[in-house]
Design a protein around this ligand. Sequence first.
Ligand SMILES: [Zn+2]
Length: 259
Amino acid sequence: MGLTGIFDSHAHYDSADFDSDREALFGSLSASGVCGIINAGCTLEASRIGLSYAERFDYIYAAVGIHPGELDTLTPDYLTKLRALAAHPKCVAIGEIGLDYHWEPYDKEKQQQVFSAQMALAAELKLPVIIHARDAIADTLAILRAFPQVTGVVHCFSGSAETAKELLQMGYAIGFTGAVTFPNAKKARRAAAAVPLSRLLLETDAPYMAPVPYRGKRCDSSMIAASAAVLAELHGCTPQELVDAARENTCRLFQIKEC
Ligand SMILES: [Zn+2]
């Protein structure tokens, strides 16, 4: 499609799915129009690895955080370690953090405690957050409200247009993955149509969430064009206009020099 200036605001290139060709991919993505990537950390180790990519590739940035599904990796000093990682000049956010009540068994209380602690860290460091919320939107909103000085993005949004509006009012941006292209994703598309172009971020969540027509395949940042096409149609603009708006929003939110 020949899009340029694609910023993938959320990917997991530390995933073992990329072990066979990660370097080649990092070298070739710019030829697909990708000008920026934020690697989102799910564990301390993943956060550290994301920063190592950011050190080697100008166009890669990293977020550091503990995902609610990874709490069994926690050591008592995780916050100290996270704070040290967040001091890296290419760390642009705390994330991905949040709540996930989808996969049993989960410990709601511990999830909320770790999420709140990382929100407090973001407030302390004046960094934006990247939020994961699955089957837990009410509790997520309650914790976000407890930190009105923090802003960020709610990633891979699949909630209602009403919830999206509530988040927008609280100052959050909304991120959309390839999931908006899935035939059954009517609710997410309604929400995407309700999010103004000035508040919408594009993301892959690679290696997951490959958009139609790549669904089921390993996702990488070049596939964003398929999501951009669907979102552009919802907003009555061209895919390039959508990509440009999403890139500007990403750079503004994460204080990245326009690329
Ligand atoms: Zn993710």
